[in-house]
Design a protein around this ligand. Structure first.
Ligand SMILES: [Zn+2]
Length: 456
């Protein structure tokens, strides 16, 4: 398949390092707040990528982290730890906060049928690996220690900034000067590998012993350490949001490659933003919608998958409730089709090929979806073959069509249907209409066809 690589800024033919196996690391959530639709877009995007690779025959080793320490309110290592801030705000322990929002994340992912990663790695469970990586960078002379932290020295990395194409000199001017900077930090763009439990972090509640005293890891080193621990020093695919490119991922590359002297990631995949009703998501607009907002409107959360697939993952997506309602109706159509089909025929080769060609075109999900509707509308194909093909598509669409409850006619409805057939035979149309209303009242659609009356 072809995949856009942020690093080369081109669409490349994807080939994994090891034949048949894809190592994929996905940046995961920082668990200090509710998972919202912006997050859902990213993880559904990862899920579509993983499912597509699986359909292509690869064994995908998908690892995702849970950041439960070290992610500061400013990605550039300034401000407070997000978890500590959340705990203070809610009057709970950081461990409680992490557990609560991790559960919420899991519930959201289950509701939108995102496959759990093969390994979900919590940052707090991998402190040892992070310390080892920081030690290695210190030994290489790429990192240095101050009274406050262990920093990565960006000036020592000639490749720093290549992912975003940002020059170090541009970055320095972009750093805000109103934030408290460690006076011993050599370069404003240097980032922390390890924060010591001193100064503004003297009361930090999550901390671990290290060769540099008690402290906690920086956010960036977490992903490098866990990715390499589980997937090796060079991984095939690393995903994230486009906001991760200039700092988080730039830093991940720097610290990983300076430690191993090997390429860290072969393909960088970044998901674009989600806007709401044409505007950026923001606290003041209260448009951080969650799965609860979706179910409160009686919309099946799985409709988000159909909605998101209409836009390329590399383009901004404008979320509207109207758009989600429409996607919900489309989902119902597919679910209805699934409910009425049990017998599986043969997968239709040319539709299957059109579907995979769409996905192989840098995950052109809109093209793949168009194939779905084309298939359903094609009257030359046997229903059983359509169902078999749709089920195969659903391995990527992830709409759970195989789990849709099969259509049955209740005994009560059967009695009404029989009575209506009798009324029709007797040309008692008033009675027939009344019985139709009663059947519709039970939730059935009544279709009078050439083969007699059918319920849906
Ligand atoms: Zn990350």
């Amino acid at each position: 398949m072809n995949l856009y690589n942020t690093k080369s800024r081109t669409i490349e033919l994807f080939t994994p390092l090891t034949e048949g196996v894809v190592t994929m690391y996905a940046c995961g959530p920082t668990v200090y707040d509710y998972t919202h639709i912006g997050h859902m877009r990213k993880y559904i995007g990862d899920d579509i990528l993983r499912r597509t690779l699986t359909l292509e025959g690869y064994n995908v080793k998908h690892v995702m982290n849970i950041t439960d320490v070290g992610h500061l309110t400013d990605d550039g290592d300034e401000g407070e730890d997000k978890l500590e801030k959340g705990a203070k705000k809610e009057g709970r322990s950081v461990w409680d906060i992490a557990a609560f929002y991790t559960d919420y994340f899991h519930d959201t992912m289950a509701a939108v049928n995102v496959l759990p990663p093969i390994i979900e790695a919590k940052a707090t469970d991998h402190i040892k690996e992070m310390i080892a990586l920081a030690e290695k960078l210190l030994a290489e002379g790429i990192a240095y220690e101050t009274a406050h932290a262990i920093y990565f020295d960006v000036a020592k990395d000639p490749h720093y900034g290549e992912l975003s194409g940002q020059k170090l000199s541009d970055k320095e001017t972009a750093v805000r000067d109103d934030v408290v900077i460690d006076p011993d930090k050599k370069n404003p763009a240097d980032f922390s590998l390890w924060f010591k439990r001193v100064g503004k972090f003297a009361d930090h509640s999550m901390y671990w012993p290290s060769p540099w005293g008690d402290g906690f890891p920086g956010w960036h080193i977490e992903c490098s350490a866990m990715a390499m621990h589980y997937l090796g020093e060079t991984i095939d695919i690393h995903t994230g949001g486009i906001d991760h490119i200039p700092v988080h991922h730039e830093n991940e590359i720097a610290q990983s490659e300076c430690a191993t002297h090997k390429q860290f990631v072969r393909y960088w995949v970044h998901h674009d933003f989600l806007n709401v009703e044409g505007e950026k998501m923001s606290k003041s607009k209260q448009n951080f919608y969650t799965i609860n907002d979706i179910t409160a409107r009686q919309i099946d959360p799985l409709a988000t998958r159909l909605l998101f697939m209409q836009t390329s993952y590399r383009k901004p997506l404008n979320f509207t409730w109207e758009g989600l309602e429409v996607a919900g109706q489309q989902l119902k159509k597919l679910q209805k089709f699934a409910a009425h089909h049990t017998q599986q025929g043969t997968v239709h080769d040319s539709y299957m090929a059109a579907f995979t060609v769409g996905l192989a075109d840098d995950l052109n999900t809109a093209k793949a979806l168009a194939t779905v509707w084309e298939l359903l509308g094609d009257n030359t194909i046997a229903e059983a073959d359509k169902w078999a093909t749709l089920l195969r598509f659903d391995a990527v669409l992830g709409l759970g069509l195989d789990a849709v409850e099969k259509f049955t006619i209740s005994p009560e409805a059967q009695t009404l249907l029989d009575a209506r057939n009798t009324a029709r035979t007797n040309k008692d149309f008033a009675q027939s209409d009344e019985l139709r209303r009663q059947l519709e009242g039970l939730g059935y659609e009544v279709l009078d066809t050439a083969d007699g009356t059918k319920l849906y």
